[in-house]
Design a protein around this ligand. Structure first.
Ligand code: F6P
Length: 522
């Protein structure tokens, strides 16, 4: 069934939401929180994940109307269309099947009449056996030494996903050192070369198209550097590729047996679950890589089957639309309270902004409402000493996701208690602020009345700033898979509601073309 094609602003639900917004625009989270059931009513527990969305400018009616909007634009059918392999990436005439990559069910998924599950299983077996050989030291370099360093060469989805996951799962990492080269800036690759020994380095070239300027330039530079010490006959021991362009891979000189597949039904920014994640499997071992996929599958099942009002990605998408389209918030922040997740905001910027940064609807008409949100963020507590001043007291409304873990990985309880006190403290400060009266009371003992009145306005926190608390028991490969899949489904939900196509990225093409033209004239 083709995706419906409905301008959301013409729906009954949108009209009702507009009226409802007028009614509650000035509602205050502090007042809403007086309801002792609020936390329970506005939270969803799903296995080891608790999402508390009670600190938002929403009522039960807001959720009801947003859910009605999702139903009116056909979200349920759209989810089925995605999972069942329909070509919902219409502008590129492709299915969107990252969910099939992590599916453990035996139910076939047909793309153009062909079950894609067997090829996915074959690729997984190849990833497993290759990772095991390299990690165990059985895979030898050209002088007979085992591999010590992995270099992932890619950009965009062929870099950000694996890089973010390897960084996030550092705790689970094995003895191999993993490097990521992405930028065309030669200083990037040069800095990495300084750390490498050609005899013990494995290069993983990741490019779906195998034509991306940055990746091919970096790969050539690294190959030339390698060939200063070795010969072309040594390339098979040190270079592997992940790509769907077999001819270009062959021309580069990579052995056929060293090619891992990519398919056109997996978008770059959703590809870490495919062989694009080879560096992940090499870095943390196949079992951890598989657990990552299993966590994502758990979220897939939740997203596909759960009612919208209990569906985590759907609820997060709807709340974000509420701020984006009714409060006209320009940005939203992602704030992980885990140093391991420091690359998550960068990763999500591509996933969210490349997907939903579209100004034309599914009819090909320019939209007359806001679409993709601007996403940014950094880790707590560092960012509290950087940009949080603006989030607390600035003039902009910035809804924020706070991601946290009940347990720390190294068990430094004292640190973790302090970290989590900050996690909760920030959300409370944002939501409830600090009134004039409270500030006055605080200052009462510290100076004369004139001085107090002078200082008062600067020390008041208006509050009423929204946040979602996204809390897992522990950072594991499985919970990380769940988290990433949660955001993927949020993206799709929003694309459906905004009536845009989330899986193409024509917007990145023009700049590339112009750079090529300019290069020729230099
Ligand atoms: O930025 C555009 C883009 O096409 C991304 O969608 C993709 O992840 C990236 O370039 C890299 O593409 P490739 O894997 O083909 O090198």
């Amino acid at each position: 069934m083709a995706l419906k094609n409905i301008n959301p602003t013409t729906t009954n639900s949108w009209k009702e939401l507009t009226n409802h917004f007028k009614d509650i625009e000035n509602i205050n989270i502090k007042d809403l929180s007086k309801d002792e059931n609020r936390k329970e009513d506005f939270s969803i527990q799903f296995d080891d994940l608790l999402v508390d969305f009670s600190k938002n400018r929403i009522t039960k009616k807001t959720i009801q109307l947003l859910v009605a909007l999702a139903k009116e634009v056909g979200l349920k059918d759209a989810i089925e269309s995605q999972f069942s392999g329909e070509k919902i990436n219409v502008t590129e005439d492709r299915a969107v099947m990252h969910t099939a990559l992590r599916s453990t069910s035996d139910v076939p998924v047909l793309v153009e009449g062909k079950n894609i599950k067997p090829q996915i299983q074959t690729a997984l077996r190849k990833i497993k056996s290759f990772s095991n050989k390299v990690i165990s030291g059985k895979w030898k370099g050209y002088t007979g030494k085992s591999i010590t360093d992995i270099v992932n060469i890619g950009i965009g989805g062929s870099d950000l996903g694996p890089d973010m996951i390897v960084e996030s799962l550092q705790f689970y990492k094995n003895q191999l050192t993993t490097h990521f080269v992405s930028n065309i800036d030669g200083d990037h690759v040069s800095e990495i070369i300084k750390k490498l020994n050609p005899e013990t380095t494995l290069f993983v070239i990741v490019s779906k198209t195998f034509t991306t300027q940055e990746t091919i330039t970096n790969a050539e530079t690294l190959k030339n550097w390698f060939l200063k010490s070795a010969t072309i006959f040594d390339i098979p021991k040190h270079f592997v590729a992940v790509s769907s362009n077999l001819e270009a891979v062959d021309n580069f000189g990579i052995d056929k047996g060293n090619v891992f597949p990519m398919w056109d039904w997996v978008g770059g920014r959703f590809s870490l679950w495919s062989a694009v994640g080879l560096s992940i499997s090499l870095s943390v071992g196949y079992d951890n890589y598989k657990a990552l996929l299993e966590g994502a599958e758990e979220m897939d099942i939740h997203f596909r089957n759960e009612d919208f009002d209990k569906n985590i990605p759907v609820i997060l998408a709807l709340i974000s639309i509420w701020y984006n389209n009714f409060y006209l918030a320009e940005t939203e922040a992602v704030l992980p309270y885990s140093q391991y997740l420091k690359k998550l905001p960068d990763y999500l910027q591509q996933a969210i902004m490349e997907s939903n940064g579209k100004g034309v609807d599914r009819n090909g008409h320019k939209v007359d409402y806001q679409t993709g949100t601007i996403v940014w963020g950094s880790t707590g507590t560092n960012m509290q000493h950087a940009f949080m001043q603006l989030v607390h007291q600035g003039t902009k409304l910035i809804p924020a996701d706070f991601i946290g873990y009940k347990q720390s990985l190294y068990g430094l309880t004292d640190h973790h208690k302090k970290l989590m006190a900050n996690y909760y403290g920030q959300m409370e400060a944002l939501a409830f602020g600090k009134s004039k009266e409270e500030v006055h009371l605080e200052l009462k003992f510290s100076g004369d009345e004139d001085k107090i009145n002078q200082l008062l306005p600067f020390k008041v926190f208006e509050g009423n700033r929204p946040s979602n608390a996204i809390l897992f028991d522990k950072l594991t490969p499985r919970s990380l898979g769940k988290l990433v899949a949660m955001y993927e489904h949020k993206i799709y939900t929003q694309g459906i509601l905004w009536n845009i196509y989330s899986f193409d990225q024509f917007g990145v093409e023009l700049g590339k073309e112009l750079a090529k033209k300019l290069l020729k004239t230099q």
